[in-house]
Ligand binder design. Structure first.
Ligand code: AMP
Length: 379
């Protein structure tokens, strides 16, 4: 048996999983939360030791797991880092210089890598970047229409995120349909707490909704997605908000929570049923933006074969799926409400068999995708 330990470090949490890349079997997973909080563990090193203890208690001892590598999810690889790569000291230095591009996500990932390298010095550590899949977006999709010298100097482009998930799910969709990836035009909707959409032509992404940072695009749990950049300037100039305040508001107090006071869609639906107007508005804005992206990507692809929903909301929320695609039969999307409503799990079709565009639900598995990328790198 060979396995990969997959780590995903946030500022206050550490997610871990032990995955067998060949079979796809997940032997164990868990999350250590409240890092640095009262009542939690003091730091990331203690969190990783806690994860090891939890694994040992479940009978998984590091020495006998057949670990091949440790895979680290890294959100932003900047302009030059995108292939899954074995971590060395130089890479850590490069990653540190990239932290301003992803101030919420990259610093805890770097801490996680440093701590894990200390505790598991004999294993290769592989960084797998969320931006990788979108590295070769066409220029027309990746460039912002701003002063090109400024953009070049500061490496400003649309990088895209959740790439591991978009790639994995689009491959799974091809497998599910028994059609070569190269002959499918796909739209993937990754709707979790973070949310992003991608248009994929023959396995290659031609657009995605996230940009320089994971703030652009769809409405998310706590992030605004697209806003007029004028809003930022106005708040800074007129309301006297600092850039830090504005960033925090756009990341943490916007999106579904900002409008509806709630992040979990199950709760949001309950509030709507109880007549809560704020929750209704949050939901309507969310669905409106989603439909706008779907329509945009249908136009970019010209001829779409499959639309796939994934992640927490996409996999579980039949109402979001219905409202995102209702009334689109003239565009070739014929959702089967009965299939859509079924509480089934696993990869499944939710459109009529005769629908020109097939609609699927496919569970994402970023841990498996990271484990497979690691296994490929370390051989
Ligand atoms: P993720 O980031 O992929 O883990 O997605 C988390 C989000 O999925 C939660 O905040 C919920 O809004 C949503 N979610 C999870 N389970 C359900 C469910 N059964 N019905 C609707 N939404 C769900």
């Amino acid at each position: 048996m060979t396995t990969v330990l997959v780590l995903n470090c946030g500022s206050s949490s550490l997610k871990y999983a032990v995955v067998e890349p060949d079979s796809g079997r997940q032997l164990a997973d868990g999350i250590v939360e409240r890092i640095g909080d009262d009542g939690g563990v003091p730091d990331h090193e203690a969190a990783l030791r806690t994860a090891f203890d939890e694994l040992a208690r479940a009978g998984h001892h590091l020495e006998t797991l057949g670990l091949l590598a440790v895979g680290h999810r890294v959100v932003h690889g900047g302009p030059d880092l995108y292939q899954p790569t074995v971590v060395d000291d130089d890479m850590i230095e490069t990653l540190k210089t990239l932290s301003p591009l992803a101030p919420l996500h990259n610093p805890p990932a770097i801490t996680g890598i440093e701590v894990a390298r200390e505790l598991l010095p004999d294993l290769p550590h592989v960084a797998v970047f969320d931006t990788a899949f979108f590295h070769d977006l066409p220029d027309s999709a990746s460039a912002y229409a701003i002063d090109r010298d400024v953009a070049a100097q500061w490496h400003i482009r649309r990088y895209g995120f959740h790439g591991t998930s978009h790639q994995f799910v689009s491959q799974q969709a091809a497998e599910f349909l028994g059609t070569p990836l190269a002959s499918l035009n796909q739209i993937v909707l990754h709707l979790g707490n973070g949310a992003s959409a991608s248009a994929i032509a023959g396995g290659r992404p031609i657009d995605t909704s996230m940009g320089l940072t994971p703030m652009e695009g769809l409405v998310m749990g706590t992030r605004s997605g697209d806003v007029d950049p004028g809003v930022l300037v106005y708040l800074w100039r007129r309301a006297g908000m600092s850039m830090e305040d504005i960033e925090t508001m756009l990341n943490k107090r916007s999106g579904v929570r900002g409008l509806g006071g709630q992040i979990d869609f199950r709760e949001l639906h309950r509030m709507i049923d109880a007549g809560d107007d704020d929750a209704r508005l949050a939901y309507d804005v969310y669905v409106h933006r989603l439909r706008k992206y779907i329509g945009g990507y249908l136009a970019l692809l010209g001829n779409t074969d499959v639309i796939t929903f994934t992640a927490g909301v996409g996999e579980n929320d039949a109402l979001v799926r219905r409202d995102a695609l209702s009334g689109l039969a003239p565009l070739g999307i014929e959702l089967d409400e009965h299939l859509n409503d079924s509480p089934a799990r696993g990869a499944r079709r939710i459109s009529f068999e005769t629908s020109p565009i097939t609609v699927l639900v496919i569970p994402t598995d970023e841990e498996l995708a990271i484990a497979r990328a690691c296994a490929e790198v370390v051989g």
